[in-house]
Design a protein around this ligand. Structure first.
Ligand code: E4P
Length: 218
């Protein structure tokens, strides 16, 4: 299972990278705005700065919503670095663009996916990654994890090569359940990745080991 971090914050990306378990980064326009990144040049420089930190894919999202503009913007983004994956929304024009990018050898991440039907369409169009949003489904009382299981099953039935990139992950159990269900990738905030470290028995056990060692060596 691959771990991507879902942020445009360079400090957090560096911290996750330094942990030695990071396989890539996903961003979106809201995350870029949160870091105060705006304007074509600044956006491109920021993506480049992210690519310079990580070994692995960096998803950069298009803003355009019509085919020609998605293609133009996606090509510009792909030129920034070999690590860039063009993130395209799950809309009609987006599916057409994913098909086009796939024929041109440009990798894509189909985003804002909320149903198995959308997942089938994206795979048929040749998306490299598919991003179903678990947390946002949970927010409206649908089970986001059920969708992950359903998509993994469908993709296995037909040998689709599109990787299931579970997104909108809010807590560590989302991540662990995605691993059980066979998601290829999870993208999550830093606190979810570091949250995997926590267990009170680890803390208690370590404190005891250190205390016993100190006593024996005093
Ligand atoms: C995925 O690529 C998105 O950037 C992200 O996971 C959305 O998460 P949110 O629902 O917590 O905003």
């Amino acid at each position: 299972m691959k771990f991507f971090i879902d942020t445009a914050n360079l400090t957090e990306i560096k911290e996750a990278y330094d942990l030695g378990v990071l396989d890539g980064v996903t961003t979106n326009p809201s995350l870029m705005a949160k870091e105060g990144i705006s304007g074509d040049e600044k956006v491109k420089n920021h993506y480049k700065a992210i690519c310079d930190i990580v070994d692995g894919n960096v998803s950069a999202e298009v803003i355009a919503t019509d085919f020609d503009e998605i293609v133009r913007e996606g090509k510009e983004l792909a030129k920034i670095d070999d690590k860039i994956v063009v993130k395209v929304p799950m809309i009609k024009e987006g599916i057409k663009a994913i098909k086009y990018f796939s024929s041109e050898g440009i990798r894509t991440n189909c985003t804002l996916v909320f149903s198995a039907g959308q997942a089938i369409l994206a795979a048929k169009a040749g998306a490299s990654y598919l991003s179903p949003f678990i947390g946002r489904l949970d927010d409206i009382s649908f089970d986001g994890l059920d969708l992950i299981g359903q998509i993994v099953h469908i993709y296995q039935n037909y040998g689709f090569e599109t990787e299931v990139l579970a997104a909108s992950i809010r807590h560590t159990m989302h991540l662990v359940k995605c691993a059980e269900l066979g998601a290829d990738v999870v993208t999550c905030p830093l606190k979810v990745i570091t949250g995997l470290l926590n267990h009170p028995l680890t803390d208690k056990g370590l404190a005891q080991f250190l205390a016993d060692h100190a006593k024996a060596n005093s």
